[in-house]
Design a protein around this ligand. Structure first.
Ligand code: PRX
Length: 659
């Protein structure tokens, strides 16, 4: 089907009109039926936050009730629901099965080659119990860290919940990270076992995962391999097949009653140094935040809704809004193995039509890609069941917002722009879709129970309209508990700047006259490429580990498609000349070290880098030239001439591109 020029023009005109609209009230019908449609919830939560969170925690099944809702006697080490015992896997599965919902579909899974599997709550319950026993048979006990490096297949959910069932914190690594990154994460978390697959499919090709994992060697006693693609798979000592240990395991495994503060998982995320941070989440508090936010932000009606989150389980969005939130709430979800443009650019919309998706959650970068591909792809499918759309991961530009609202949502669906982080565990700032009037580009307001403020360097609130630093002012149940085995870095990263009672987010933001938050982006050396968080230091250290490189400075330059793009300024060893071959070699080197997602978009050869007299690289100036801006103050540079040369290099490249 091709887009007819006149309808494309009509669309462009409608989008222009929508861009003029400042604020979008909840669609009337939506508001009428919404779980929450009375703004008084905000006041109720603010009047007694602890009572509010207790109410949310009571929505879960506890084996024994807590004694202390919040223990804040040792800030910033907060604990929630101390004395209570709970199990994540029990809350995701057992209680639904016990309530007679075992036959409800938990996941409509679609493989890249079109395979379909419907997995009910009862099936998931059975698989998780068996795999929990299999893990125990392999010597895994409560407190042992288990690594998971799997594609988007149902077994990844089984693996996570089986770990949770026996109290073994999981450490999931996104499939896009390289085996070297996996190895590092297994090492620093002292993982006992790794669960991976023979291979993974991506756009019609099969990657030999187990083989590449073996090439770097994993520091774990046991590697459990899911036979997913059937690709040849070398097995060595300590390697076992998932299906074989499942067959050998007993069927019943009771969920262990764990302390509310028992660690549920570690998830490594990038910080401002080359060493990733092991963000540690608890059980009771995390589950409370996940279930609560998934219910209220998506207005979830589990009996009738079909929910589709396009993230990967390897990110926090996958943990909270593919696995724990939806399953605790008894939702039916769609899970897709592949890329949004395979087998064709309409696969998401095909899935929405096929399974009757009502709630859809994705990232702005994906929406921008869909815009570029054109409205004919969603146009091929019936999307009339959709009733709510969500976004996460980066600020959404108003153009993408109105496109999403009109083309995908048919102007019927509220768009919830959700701001949060790996550290916050669950959504913090977002509209309540039956209440909030949305403004494209703003995540709107903190959810009931959450207190946010934009402050200056001294910690004082800035005037409305002024940019400042985003902070969260009260502890919340799903906040990270610490950085794994690094309490000091936890304090230094989040609580040194404004003291132990104010969480420093690391984002710049402003608040408008209606108290709406507009998050601008990171203030530290963390990049956001396609909603994926990366550290400049980590990329620099990967580039510099190449024998031909002397020095490297990495920046995130504004990019129309991916939000930011990785640009590396590289000084080579000795008299070496930068060539196109070397560009390719360095990009490949970074992909091998970290993963394809970190591969620099541009490499600029630099005889020298702009440094202050004390030798600090001035990345701000590099950003200025990469984004074609007038240079800021260069007087503090040791050698201001450096900038002239870099500008020439960049300009020459631009001419080449134009030619
Ligand atoms: O800068 C903010 C941006 O993503 C960062 C968190 O990244 P990560 O821990 O990987 O989690 C991503 C998924 C929750 C934040 O510090 N960010 C996330 N959501 C938004 C956002 N920026 C603006 N608007 C959002 N909705």
């Amino acid at each position: 089907m091709s887009v007819d020029a006149s309808s494309h023009e009509a669309l462009a005109q409608r989008l222009e009109e929508l861009l003029e609209v400042e604020s979008f009230p909840p669609p009337e019908e939506f508001a009428r039926d919404a779980l929450l449609n009375d703004p008084a919830v905000y006041e109720r939560a603010a009047a007694d936050p602890l009572a509010w969170w207790e109410e949310q925690a009571r929505a879960l099944d506890w084996f024994s009730e807590w004694e202390t809702t919040l223990n804040d006697s040792r800030p910033p080490f907060y604990t929630w629901f101390e004395g209570g015992t709970i199990n994540a896997s029990y809350n995701c599965l057992d209680r639904h099965v016990a309530a007679g919902l075992g036959e409800r579909v938990a996941f409509h899974w679609r493989g890249e080659e079109g395979e379909e599997r419907d997995i009910t709550y009862a099936q998931l319950h059975a698989d998780v119990q068996r795999f929990a026993n299999a893990l125990r048979d392999q010597g895994i006990e409560a407190g042992d860290v288990v690594g998971i490096y799997l594609p988007m297949i149902p077994e990844v959910v089984v693996a996570m919940l089986a770990c949770a069932r026996i109290g073994a914190p999981h450490n999931v690594v996104f499939g896009g990270f390289s085996p070297e990154s996996v190895k590092e994460r297994m090492e620093v978390s002292e993982a006992k076992a790794l669960i991976t697959a023979d291979g993974a499919r991506r756009k019609g090709r099969t990657a030999a995962i187990k083989q590449s994992v073996d090439e770097v060697g994993m520091p774990v006693a046991t590697t459990i391999v899911v036979r997913h693609t059937g690709i040849d798979c070398p097995m060595g000592e300590g390697d076992v097949f998932y299906d074989e240990i499942m067959d050998a395991a007993a069927a019943d495994c009771e969920a262990v009653a764990l302390d509310a503060e028992h660690p549920l998982f570690i998830l490594y995320s990038s910080g401002s140094t080359a060493k990733p941070k092991g963000i540690l989440h608890s059980t009771g508090g995390y589950l409370t935040g996940a279930a609560y936010t998934h219910r209220i932000v998506f207005d979830l009606k589990p009996e009738t809704d079909v929910y589709f989150c396009s993230a990967d389980v390897g990110w926090i969005t996958g943990h909270t809004y593919i696995v724990y939130g939806p399953l605790m709430n008894g939702a039916t979800s769609v899970m897709y193995e592949g890329a949004p443009d395979y087998p064709d650019k309409d696969i998401w919309w095909e899935l929405c039509e096929r399974y009757g998706v009502t709630l859809f959650y994705t990232a702005p970068t994906a929406i921008r890609a869909c815009m570029k591909w054109g409205e004919q792809y969603p146009g091929r499918h019936d999307l009339s069941k959709l009733r709510l759309l969500g976004t996460v991961g980066e600020p959404i530009n108003p153009k993408a917002w109105v496109w999403y609202y009109h083309v995908i949502g048919g102007e019927r669906c509220p768009v919830v722009d959700t701001w949060w982080q790996t550290e916050t565990g669950s959504i913090m700032i977002a509209p309540l879709p039956g209440i909030t009037h949305c403004k494209p580009g703003s995540a709107t307001q903190p959810l009931p129970g959450v207190v946010a403020a934009v402050v200056d360097e001294a910690g004082d609130e800035v005037a409305r309209g002024k940019q400042g630093l985003l902070t969260l002012r009260q502890p919340w149940p799903s906040m990270l508990r610490t950085l794994y085995r690094d309490d000091e870095r936890y304090v230094a990263t989040y609580f040194e700047k404004f003291g132990p009672r104010t969480y420093f987010v690391g984002d710049a933001s402003r608040e408008d006259a209606d108290d709406y938050f507009w998050v601008i982006g990171r203030v530290d050396d963390v990049l956001n490429v396609s909603g994926h968080r990366m550290s400049t230091a980590e990329i620099e250290s990967a580039v510099v580990s190449h024998p031909k490189v002397a020095e490297c400075a990495t920046i995130g330059a504004a990019d129309e498609d991916t939000g930011q793009a990785v640009v590396c300024f590289v000084t080579l060893e000795g008299e070496l000349e930068g060539t196109d071959e070397l560009v390719a070699e360095l990009r490949e080197h970074v992909a091998r070290k970290i993963g394809k997602l970190a591969r620099p978009k541009r490499i600029v050869w630099a005889d020298d880098l702009p440094k202050t007299r004390s030798g600090k690289i001035m990345r701000r100036l590099l950003r200025d030239i990469a984004e074609g801006r007038e240079l800021g103050d260069v007087t503090t540079l040791r050698d201001p001439a450096v900038m002239g040369q870099l500008e020439q290099r960049i300009a020459a490249r631009r001419d080449e591109a134009d030619a």
